[in-house]
Write a protein of this length. Structure first.
Length: 161
């Protein structure tokens, strides 16, 4: 499952959660100053994008992931585009994949005009092929306002180590 590299490498199950590793440092204060309404809107779109992937909701993914979408997965595997990412969601669904839990315990947002960069700690639990996988780490995601709507042209996930 090429685009599931960021989700399902066996080594991920043994890795300590990145969120716990982040707890060792003092909590970071809100360092960005973005309108709270924009923060809520972009956080909702981010949540929608993640849930659409795990639900294999191709209509939402086609709307949010533009043709030039780039996915840099967590496991160091190959980068993927929209086609590969959609194929990965379909493979996950074919394996009986389902999202069990999704959390973003810390988020920072920077706005550059119609471009927003979202930095997050994330924790996700999903089941596929009868195996439950817990994964956590850091996400850097880009959102762009195009013709009055937000799209999600890229994400980069890492283990946080």
């Amino acid at each position: 499952m090429r685009s599931l590299v960021w989700l399902s490498l066996p080594i991920l199950c043994a890795a300590p959660p990145a969120a716990r590793a982040q707890d060792a440092s003092p909590p970071m204060s809100q360092i960005t100053h973005v309108d709270p309404a924009l923060q809520r809107a972009v956080a909702a779109i981010r949540d929608t994008a993640w849930r659409a992937y795990f639900a294999n909701d191709t209509a939402v993914m086609h709307r949010l992931f533009p043709d030039n979408f780039i996915s840099v997965g967590w496991g160091g595997g190959p980068w993927d585009g929209r086609t590969g990412t959609l194929a990965g969601a379909a493979e996950l669904a074919a394996a009986g994949g389902r999202l069990l839990q999704l959390e973003f315990p810390h988020t920072e947002i920077q706005q550059f005009g119609d471009l927003v960069v979202v930095y997050s700690l994330y924790a996700v639990t999903f089941e596929a092929g009868g195996t439950v996988t817990h994964q956590s780490g850091r996400a850097t995601e880009v959102f762009q306002r195009r013709n009055g709507s937000w799209v999600h042209p890229s994400w980069h996930l890492d283990s946080g180590r």
